[in-house]
Design a protein around this ligand. Structure first.
Ligand SMILES: [Zn+2]
Length: 266
């Protein structure tokens, strides 16, 4: 029965020569979605997405992007898997403890979808390597947990013209938006300068609800898919704030700052 249904669907949706039988069946729910279809699926297949951080946010983002059929997924992380990660970093299992995250992540993502090319960058993102690593990617997903890297990433994305899908989590609160689009603001439009380190919240100290990076990360994956395919209305110029405690959402309108030191003069 399964085989019969499979053949019917493949004939109904697969554009000749674009997708293998495996892909046509794998992405069937996309291919049959009228607003998506083979054209958007092909854009995903050609898409290149770089995830900064393979942790709480990077886990759900990478899993869903791999499942959806994004052709190339780059992962930047220099950390190893720790027991305390497993409460929220669903890319990893207990057996991965001690392994470099990017290697364990690559194994997981390629097992999920062998059509995805997973590029690993087992390094710390810094001023010297950021442009070389970002070059050639269509979308960057910010899943970092530290403020200096957010600024570094924002500035590089604006300079290179790459959209930056921003996500952050703290205790019960999460935020998501898209920076670096021509019609929208960048991170520095909101926060021109980094706060002093003593005022920077730290998830290690303050904690975070384990499902929260899942909620925020899935919205980052959603925005990434929309940016790659051109479907839907992206979260540009809008900051979505989620309070998991009461499960309420608020949306703030964000304007580009014409005086912004990074994107103001472009
Ligand atoms: Zn700006």
């Amino acid at each position: 029965m399964e085989q019969t249904a499979k053949s019917d669907c493949t004939h109904a949706t697969a554009p000749e020569g674009v997708f293998s039988n495996d892909e046509s069946w794998r992405y069937r729910r996309h291919l049959t979605l009228p607003e998506f279809g083979p054209e958007a699926q092909q854009k995903l297949k050609r898409g290149r997405v770089l995830l900064i951080g393979a942790g709480g946010l990077g886990s759900p983002v990478s899993i869903y992007l791999a499942a959806a059929g994004v052709g190339t997924i780059g992962l930047v992380d220099f950390d190893t898997v720790d027991l305390s990660n497993l409460q929220r970093q669903i890319l990893y299992t207990t057996q991965d403890i001690g392994r470099p995250k990017v290697q364990a992540a690559r194994d997981h993502l390629q097992a999920l979808n062998p059509h995805v090319d997973v590029q690993v960058h087992e390094t710390n993102l810094g001023r010297k390597n950021v442009a070389a690593i970002l070059q050639g990617y269509d979308v960057v997903v910010d899943g970092t947990d530290n403020i200096p890297t957010r600024y570094l990433l924002n500035d590089a994305c604006v300079q290179l013209g790459i959209p930056n899908v921003h996500g952050s989590v703290f205790r019960f609160e999460g935020r998501v938006t898209v920076f670096g689009m021509p019609q929208g603001p960048c991170y520095r439009c909101l926060y021109p300068d980094p706060p002093p380190p003593e005022l920077t919240p730290d998830c290690t100290e303050e904690g975070v609800l384990g499902v929260l990076p899942g909620l925020i990360g899935l919205m980052q994956a959603n925005e990434t898919i929309k940016l790659l395919t051109g479907i839907g209305r992206p979260l540009v110029g809008r900051l979505l704030m989620c309070d998991a405690w009461s499960l309420t959402f608020r949306e703030l309108q964000l304007a580009r700052n014409p005086e912004c030191a990074v994107c103001g003069k472009t």
